[in-house]
Design a protein around this ligand. Structure first.
Ligand code: TRP
Ligand code: SF4
Length: 432
């Protein structure tokens, strides 16, 4: 069997390809050239997919308002997988996004039965301190779901638009599912949409960096965003159709007036408006969206998302917060972390002789993956290691020692930054 030589590749990547076909996630590669200084996760194709990210990129480039939003369920220790989301949030914040981070204590409480007190401790200690230590700035918003009533009011609005058959089809909910669990789903939708409320400047592109396991939430939330629009603006042959899918006569008239004021030639009907000299439907949609917002509606833009690959667990299989041996926590003792790396599964062969002869398999190696994802900043250095490993010149023992030293160093620095972050919590409106 032919093996593709690709330093950024991974044996699990094929598993993701069905996400493209089945669920309509777009390939990140296609928009990568449009990003001037992509994050290493983007460059290394760790971020592999997206929905509507082009809308976010355009806002970023044109310096129009946009936001980044994601959340963490405080049900266990934060590890390097969570750090990926943190870094993606921070990258967008540095590129001009208004940044929002939810600590999903409603979800952890309703779905995992974690006490409020424990959610608070884990939220502050594991997630928020690391987020600040990694560079999150106080211009952004960090909140516990249960304490954010703007979000919770919106969750109620979303719930009013959602029925049981729908969520049971998406999440497999049954008669046994607690209503709190369902509420936490609506809370996640509201987490994602609330950066578009008037309090935060109204409708804007929002990107949600997540693992692909969260895509069901994205599909539901994007659908709800669409459903809450009062108009549907579509390019037709020779004209633009503006259909009032849930707009009463007053709103239709308000929309017609706004278009006339903007200098367009229109024909108004009882439930729709046709526009004949519009340049593009997107611009018209913006005007209509504004009318909706002025009249107390939401006018949401469907949120965008980017998806990253999961890291393999150190012992093989999935990395999971409930199995300590599978991951390295951001609060882990650096020596202990180094030990875990020394014990990790590698892509090495049965014997040194075999390794020299056939070479290692970095694409199946948890140690290589740690370097690729987190510990090797320099692309050419990584490429070099890849070649050395494949050609059988690099042995696993010294390779692991090197990675272990890097992780020890990384954690020492990160944990010292975390200690400094304790004194900065109040800048974020939080108490230790
Ligand atoms: N459900 C997510 C998880 O299990 C956490 C989460 C809550 C979230 N609200 C969100 C993720 C909003 C993205 C956006 O990890
Ligand atoms: Fe992994 Fe390094 Fe061994 Fe190659 S040499 S399989 S990269 S540990």
């Amino acid at each position: 069997m032919e093996v593709k030589l690709d330093p950024w590749g991974s044996s699990q990547v094929e598993d993701y390809s069905k996400l493209f076909e089945e669920f309509g996630i777009s390939r990140f590669e296609e928009i990568l050239p449009e990003i001037d200084d992509p994050h290493p996760y983007m460059r290394r194709r760790i971020i592999f997919g997206h929905r509507d990210y082009d809308v976010v990129l355009r806002a970023m480039k044109e310096r129009r308002p946009f936001a980044v939003m994601s959340g963490f369920m405080p049900s266990g220790r934060a590890h390097f997988g969570h750090m990926m989301v943190m870094n993606e949030i921070i990258w967008h914040q540095r590129h001009g996004a208004d940044a929002f981070v939810a600590i999903a204590n409603m979800e952890a409480h309703a779905v995992r039965g974690i006490s409020w007190q424990r959610c608070r401790e884990l939220g502050i200690n594991d997630y928020i301190l690391s987020l600040i230590a990694l560079g999150f700035e106080p211009t952004g918003h960090i909140y516990f779901q249960s304490e954010n009533y703007r979000m919770r009011d919106l969750a109620f609005e979303l719930a009013a638009e959602t029925n049981f058959s729908e969520v049971s089809a998406i999440y497999g909910f049954s008669g046994e599912t607690s209503i709190g669990h369902m509420e936490s789903v609506m809370a996640q939708g509201a987490d994602i949409l609330h950066p578009q409320l008037p309090d935060y400047g109204g409708p804007k592109p929002v990107v949600v960096p997540v693992g692909s396991d969260q895509d069901a939430h994205m599909r539901l939330t994007r659908d709800l965003a669409y459903r809450m629009r009062k108009f549907l603006v579509e390019q037709r042959e020779g004209y633009i159709s503006i259909r009032g899918k849930a707009a009463g006569p007053d709103l239709i008239t308000a929309a017609a007036n706004a278009l006339i004021d903007a200098g367009y030639r229109i024909r108004q009907y009882s439930e729709h408006i046709d526009l004949f000299d519009g340049d593009n439907a997107e611009k018209i949609d913006e005007i209509i969206r504004e009318v909706e917002v002025k009249n107390g509606e939401f006018g949401f833009i469907p949120p965008a998302s980017i998806y990253h690959r999961f890291m393999t667990g150190l012992t093989g299989g999935k990395m999971s917060s409930s199995r300590p041996e599978s991951h390295i926590a951001l609060t882990e003792d650096p020596e202990e972390a180094a030990n875990k790396v020394m014990k990790a599964i590698t892509g090495g062969r049965q014997s040194l002789a075999e390794q020299r002869r056939y070479g290692g398999e970095p694409e199946r190696c948890a140690v290589y993956e740690f370097l690729l994802f987190h510990l090797a900043e320099d692309d050419s250095e990584l490429e070099e290691l890849y070649k050395e490993c494949r050609s059988g010149r690099q042995m696993c023992g010294s390779c692991k020692k090197n990675a272990a030293a890097r992780i020890r160093e990384f954690l020492r620095e990160h944990q010292s930054a975390r200690r400094d972050a304790i004194h900065r919590l109040k800048e974020f409106g939080l108490k230790p």
